[in-house]
Design a protein around this ligand. Structure first.
Ligand code: IPE
Ligand code: IPE
Ligand code: MG
Length: 240
């Protein structure tokens, strides 16, 4: 097979899909055209994750902080999301993708929430890829809502109990965290879960992120030595 898959495949890839606005600007297009092109890039990326056998893909689509953008841009993003939930479901079902939309539902328009619930229900049987779309999501929001759940149930707060109450608790932490668009920051994404993620930054703007870019990130990941606090020698010796 061409574009050989990385020898060590991450079980969970998380992506900050950044750079839509700059991609559009470079083409003298409105920012929303960048978001539309970003949707195409996500479609390609999902197909490639399935092709490569990555079992979990988590993408950052709209942050708690993105409400600060101009109202027209925010409503264009909400509309794009609502439309994508309708248009993409058959393709997701066909590809065996189970969709989870992760983030605060309060504050989203009721029809969008209904669209999210319907798309999640209709893709629930997918067993090739778990796709988490983080929408109205912030890592701090998630940690606070998890802590509140534990407090309300009167449960002790431990690393394990808090982790289990997080909105992404249905899967393991990301092994590889990619950020496109050249910035090297988390911007409030998966703050808890990225504790030991391998970070990969690329200048590629999200709408231009293609199969080859994805393979480059997977290849870079395959070269990393994950030590989780141990010494390189311990890891090389296969210490448990
Ligand atoms: C990421 O692209 C998409 C969202 C945050 C919704 P941007 O819109 O942030 O693109 P740049 O960073 O302005 O290029
Ligand atoms: C992060 O990108 C959020 C998403 C990709 C959805 P931003 O473009 O909002 O991040 P900052 O504001 O540059 O940190
Ligand atoms: Mg940005």
């Amino acid at each position: 097979m061409n574009g050989t898959p990385a020898a060590v495949l991450p079980g969970h890839v998380a992506i900050v899909m950044d750079g839509n606005g700059r991609w559009a600007r470079q083409r003298l297009l409105p920012r929303v055209a960048g978001h539309r092109a970003g949707m195409e890039a996500l479609r390609r990326c999902i197909a490639h994750a399935v092709r490569r056998g990555v079992p979990i893909l988590t993408v950052f689509a709209f942050s708690s902080e993105n409400w600060a953008r101009p109202a027209e841009e925010v409503s264009a993003i909400l509309r794009l999301m609502a439309q994508a939930l309708i248009d993409e479901v058959p393709r997701l079902q066909e590809a065996g993708v189970a969709l989870h939309v992760v983030g605060q539902r309060a504050g989203l328009p009721a029809d969008l929430v209904a669209g999210i619930e319907q798309a999640e229900r209709r893709t629930a049987e997918g067993c090739r890829l778990v796709l988490n779309v983080c929408f109205n999501y912030g890592g701090r929001w998630d940690i606070v809502q998890a802590a509140r759940q534990l407090a309300a149930r009167g449960e002790p707060i431990t690393e394990a109990s808090l982790a289990a109450a997080l909105a992404l608790a249905h899967g393991p932490d990301p092994d590889l965290l990619i950020r496109t668009g050249g910035e090297q920051r988390l911007s409030n994404f998966v703050l808890w879960q990225a504790a030991y993620s391998e970070l990969y930054f690329t200048d590629c703007l999200w709408p231009a992120f293609d199969e080859a870019e994805f393979d480059r990130a997977l290849a870079a990941y395959a070269q990393r030595q994950r030590r989780f606090g141990r010494t390189p020698e311990q890891v090389a010796a296969g210490a448990a």
